[in-house]
Design a protein around this ligand. Structure first.
Ligand code: NOJ
Ligand code: CA
Length: 701
């Protein structure tokens, strides 16, 4: 281990009141210390309740056509400030969020020659730390070409780590659970169905969650990813450390291009004593700027059904059977008759939604271009986002939906042909506005065009962000699939409502690797979900769907599918199964009909990463509470206190639980429904089957 001499004399303190090279969280449990080495390198450490969490960790940047920014610094420390404010989520896991932190700015300047400047800003919360780099406007640093960011996170323990590989193109991977010292992303075999994947190094993507022997929980991620590349974390298994590795491009020999002044995204470490507190942490959204869109009441959180699962099951298809003749799509009479997005079929979904308190219907495969979708190299100029197939009448569908009080959700599969999409965005969003459509699901399946770019590099970060900002001008909210990771930007641009960015339900329909195992979502709740809302698309009732795909199934019980409406947060929550599968089980459907989709409060009642989690949420605008609990492949029993319920109130609890013989594989449909009267003084015994769950509606009497 290298020994560093701390030369405090090179810190110049701007204020005589606070002459310190450390900052603590408001509750003083987290302490961040910062130093300069003899060579003028900046490094920091973090302690949590006196335990060293992050040991000597250096920072710096390698630049193109300029010396690295890594050493030779002097430092000035600004007087720390404490902020304690509240802000309101227009929709979310809770209505009001406390943003409570201490902040310090450390101004670094090169001692000699170029005298370039770079600041580090630390915000220390009771539930973790965020820091970012600011590059002020200056003479000797104007255009900045970042070849690599070197932010170190040197850990002090061989943590149990829940990780997906540092893929530059997609997050749709199963989580591995290993010791930090055993992470081996290079040996991870990516799913063969992925239309894009690139894992260049032994690195992990974020959020990555670590559990210590004493129960300390850490999760590393980033906040406010704007005009920069996504960060993966390179793993040093010997020294138990992570180091930032930015996503690059094959078209440039740098990873980020910016002009001063600018700042990087926040590098974040959530630090808690237990797993539930990780989910309750609002660090990531708090580190983002306040709402820049103002009134966004044109979007309403909603459940939705859609022409979707049927394509994944192979019951119908996205494409119609058109042909591309001289660059134009023509109906040459070769329609195969399996097209899913027909006026008639969509009306079925509208009727069903209207009858079941479901606000939206997603229609995939409505527009021309699907004949040249997956597997084609030349995808620019193929999809058209305003022209529907001959058997889909947009006028008729939207006016029928309006009559029934249901909103049609638009679908834009870009096939990662970004230039085609950018060219058409204005007309496509204007079309939506004309029809009163306020939400679009976008998709980016395939290798990015222009060639050489990756889904998670700076080019695409800008594409995703610009699409959302442009959509907002047309009162359109965005739910991107194959997206860039969520980094809390929904605070600034609330129209970024949800996204995929994980192995979603679709893998259960067609993956040849057994689908998502029962432990998948009990890991996702403590990893991916810390980043933000997930469009997972729960609610599959016909778990085995033998009629369509005998070799595939959902690996949970039916009760767990219901519980997911509460466990997974998203302001758009799909009831993903086929209408006929819901109609065959009206008793279970009642829960989907009743369950809220927008919350004033959230309580994470228990949980262990990768094992189980129980969440209670209070519906905004009613006094009803809903509870969801899910487990992995192990059965479990809990006694849950209902003390989250409102005082002096009686509720009718409708409990949808695994039958005594339920099992995710052997008997997934075994469901028992029970009604009891409860108050906050009661407790509830719940038994989860293997791969099972419980969903409860608490209706105030
Ligand atoms: C992949 C998305 O995740 C899925 O939901 C969608 O149906 C297909 N792409 C087609 O866009
Ligand atoms: Ca996907």
């Amino acid at each position: 281990m290298r020994i560093f001499v701390v030369i405090l004399s090179v810190f110049l303190f701007m204020s005589c009141e606070v002459a310190s090279s450390k900052i603590t969280s408001p509750d003083e449990n987290i302490e961040v210390n910062f130093f300069l080495s003899q060579e003028g390198e900046f490094y920091y450490t973090i302690n949590y309740k006196t335990k060293a969490i992050i040991d000597t960790s250096f920072v710096g940047f390698d630049l193109k056509d300029a010396p690295a920014l890594r050493k030779g610094f002097i430092a000035r420390v600004k007087k720390p400030v404490e902020v304690d404010e509240r802000w309101e989520m227009p929709w979310g896991e809770q209505q009001s969020v406390r943003n409570y932190y201490k902040e310090v700015r450390v101004e670094l300047e090169e001692r000699d020659d170029l005298k370039r400047k770079m600041n580090l800003v630390f915000r220390v919360y009771n539930d973790g730390v965020g820091f970012r780099y600011e590059f002020p406007e200056q003479q000797n640093l104007k255009e900045v070409y970042i070849k690599e960011e070197h932010t170190e996170f040197n850990l002090t323990e061989d943590y149990k780590t829940f990780w997906i590989p540092g893929d530059w193109d997609i997050y749709e991977h199963l989580y591995s659970t290993t010791k930090l010292s055993e992470i081996d992303a290079k040996s991870y075999i990516a799913h063969t169905n992925l239309a894009q994947t690139y894992i260049p190094d032994n690195a992990v993507n974020t959020p990555v969650t670590l559990v210590g022997k004493d129960g300390t929980h850490l999760s590393f991620h980033e906040a406010a990813l704007i005009d920069y590349s996504g960060m993966t974390l390179k793993v040093d298994t010997e020294n138990l450390s992570f180091k930032s590795q930015l996503v690059g491009s094959r078209n440039t020999d740098y990873k980020v291009k910016r002009t001063t002044p600018f700042h990087t995204p926040w590098r974040t470490i959530q630090i808690t004593d237990n797993a539930p507190a990780l989910i309750e942490s609002k660090l990531i959204v708090n580190l983002n700027e306040p709402n820049k869109l103002g009134d966004v009441s044109w979007f309403k959180p909603m459940k939705y059904t859609g022409v979707w699962w049927e394509m994944h099951l192979g019951k119908s298809s996205w494409d119609y059977g058109m042909e591309l003749v001289d660059g134009k799509w023509k109906d040459t009479g070769k329609a195969h008759g399996k097209h899913g997005a027909t006026t008639e079929n969509v009306k079925r979904f509208i009727d069903f939604s209207a009858k079941n308190n479901i606000g939206g219907v997603l229609v995939e495969g409505w527009n021309t271009g699907w004949e040249r979708w997956i597997g084609f190299e030349d995808r620019e100029g193929v999809f058209d986002f305003v022209t529907s197939y001959p058997d889909y009448d947009l006028d008729e569908v939207t006016s029928y939906a309006k009559e029934k009080g249901v909103e049609i959700i638009m679908h834009h599969e870009t096939s990662a042909a970004t230039e085609t999409y950018e060219k058409q965005q204005d007309t496509a969003y204007a079309l939506m506005q004309k029809y009163g459509m306020h939400a679009v699901k976008s998709g980016y399946v395939g290798k990015i065009l222009p060639k050489g770019e990756y889904h998670h590099g700076q080019y695409m970060v800008n594409h995703y962000n610009n699409a959302a900002i442009k959509a907002a001008k047309y009162q359109v909210a965005v739910n991107a699939h194959e997206p860039i990771k969520a980094t809390g930007l929904r605070r600034t641009y609330p129209n970024i409502i949800s996204r995929e960015g994980l192995r979603g339900q679709e893998f259960n329909a067609w993956s040849g690797d057994g689908g998502n195992p029962p432990e998948h979502l009990p890991i996702v709740a403590f990893t991916r979900m810390l980043a933000g809302p997930i469009d997972f698309t729960p609610g599959i009732f016909n778990i085995k769907f033998d009629e369509y795909r005998k070799d595939n199934q959902v690996n949970t019980t039916l009760a767990q599918q219901l519980a997911l409406y509460v466990v997974i947060y998203s302001p758009v929550q799909m009831a993903a199964d086929l209408v006929e599968h819901y109609e065959a089980n009206p008793k279970a459907l009642q829960f989907i009909k009743d369950v809220g989709v927008d919350w004033s409060e959230t309580r994470v009642l228990n949980g262990a990463v990768g094992d189980y989690v129980t969440i209670a949420r209070k519906e905004k605008g009613t006094d009803n509470w809903f509870l969801g609990s899910i487990t992995d492949e192990n059965s479990r029993s809990f006694e849950l206190s209902l003390n989250f319920l409102d005082p002096n109130s009686t509720y009718e609890a409708i409990i949808y639980k695994d039958g005594t013989d339920a099992h995710w594989d052997k008997n997934p449909l075994s469901l028992a429904i029970e009604k009891v009267q409860v108050t906050k003084n009661d407790s509830m015994n719940i038994n989860l089957a293997q791969g099972g769950g419980v969903a409860v509606s608490f209706v105030k009497q």
